[in-house]
Design a protein around this ligand. Structure first.
Ligand SMILES: O=C(O)C(=O)C[C@H](O)[C@H](O)CO
Ligand SMILES: [Mg+2]
Length: 403
């Protein structure tokens, strides 16, 4: 069996998605997600110029060999563009292998470790009151875990809070980067009040999460972790930028609030010290940005040795292809923690027909051979690419800060 054809499909049913399709000489095909939010066309160029020409004629069943061919063969290892391109190939090849075996992907990985996978949804509101209403809506819809992000008095626009109450937030909301203004002190004073209100209204059972989105220094993160300890967060996410892995050692010394990190990671080496030193509790790297199923298995296996569990990134800027493959991975992986879930628009769901389903705060994996997600190429063509950028963030004095 040989790879006969491979091509990228860029579509924007409300937001941009990049998909790689690989077709074999026997007519079987697989698809992989290659969406890197705000940098989509860089991955398209990488795939078209440097990857696809090398795939033609290869045996699609040699997933491991092709992974190393693309990783070692590039010479320039790692990085989000390279690793997203490799991930898309890897995901498509696992899709093909599972289809050839006539099995849903989770069976090939090792079978079910659980019947369903718990997800967390996003509640956002311009203030604490509206945010609590959004949490209530999620609880009514069956969610057992909710990420809670509220507007902060004195900060005009803030990460993770929708422009209109009740709507999902979209970070890539302008052709060129929008500019936000950030105040650490206003934020730090406000977040404990938010979680006190959440526990007061919803009691102890609901799992609550919070994303700091890389905006604190280690000692500020330590303060926040300590101050929200009474509210028993499921996790505090991305409390500092993680290029300096040792920073988490400092935070860890000060707080028992569980720590999650890794949505911007693309390699095991981004997380090695974090995992081996047990500085974190959840690893959030995803299939699409961290080298696909082949590489994420290695990250998850290392994490498992150190009591670190998975918590895959699952925003709307990863396509249903990534989400579908992630649900198979989550169903199999022994050290599963939780799966992020931001529902895609109905236009997106139509472009990417899939067999996973949301039920009672969980995803239930499908039984279709492969990863269970397809693409309607004719429909995809109706939504041309539109440049969209993530914002930047400045301190009140104008200093460019972390977004
Ligand atoms: O889902 C999350 O936790 C995020 O932080 C979402 C990111 O901002 C988003 O994926 C950036 O593209
Ligand atoms: Mg995040």
């Amino acid at each position: 069996m040989k790879i006969e054809q491979a091509y990228t499909i860029v579509t924007s049913p409300g937001r941009n998605f990049v998909t790689l399709k690989i077709v074999t000489d026997q007519g079987e095909y697989g698809i992989g997600d290659a969406t890197l939010n705000g940098r989509e066309m860089a991955v398209v160029a990488y795939l078209e110029e440097h990857v696809i020409p090398t795939l033609i004629g290869r045996d699609p069943q040699r997933i491991e060999d092709i992974w190393h061919y693309l990783y070692r063969g590039a010479y320039w290892r790692r990085g989000p563009v390279t690793m997203s391109a490799i991930a898309a190939v890897d995901m498509a090849l696992w899709d093909i292998k599972a289809k050839l075996a006539g099995m849903p992907l989770y069976q090939l990985l090792g079978g079910k470790s659980r019947d369903r996978v718990m997800v967390y949804g996003h509640a956002t509101g311009r203030d604490i009151e509206t945010c609590l209403e959004e949490v209530a809506r999620h609880v009514e819809e069956g969610y057992k875990a909710v990420r809670v992000q509220a507007g902060v008095p004195g900060i005009a626009s803030i990460y993770g809070v929708a422009k209109k109450d009740g709507e999902p937030y979209e970070p890539a909301d302008a052709e060129l980067p929008a500019e936000h203004v950030w105040s650490t002190s206003k934020y730090l004073n406000h977040v404990p009040k938010l979680f006190a209100a959440v526990r007061e209204r919803f009691g102890d059972d609901l799992h609550v999460l919070h994303d700091v989105h890389h905006r604190l220094t280690p000692i500020e993160a330590a303060r926040l972790g300590k101050e929200v300890e009474p509210y028993h967060l499921f996790w505090l996410e991305d409390c500092v930028p993680a290029e300096n892995q040792e920073a988490f050692g400092l935070i860890r010394q000060h707080t028992t609030t569980p720590l999650a990190v890794g949505e911007v990671f693309n390699s095991l080496y981004d997380a090695k010290a974090l995992i081996e030193n047990q500085w974190i509790d959840y690893i959030r790297a995803t299939l699409t940005h961290a080298g696909g199923i082949t590489h994420m298995r290695r990250i998850a296996d290392l994490a498992g040795l150190y009591h670190v569990r998975t918590g895959f990134h699952g925003p709307t800027d990863l396509s249903p292809v990534c989400l579908g493959a992630a649900i198979h991975f989550d169903t199999w992986v022994p050290n599963f923690g939780i799966q992020e879930y931001m529902p895609h628009t109905s236009a997106t769901d139509k472009v990417f027909p899939h067999d996973y389903r949301f039920e009672d705060g969980h995803f239930v994996v499908g039984e279709t051979p492969g990863h269970g997600v397809d693409i309607d190429e004719d429909l995809a063509k109706q939504y041309p690419y539109k440049r969209a950028s993530l914002p930047v963030n400045r301190l009140e004095d104008g200093t460019l800060w972390h977004w």
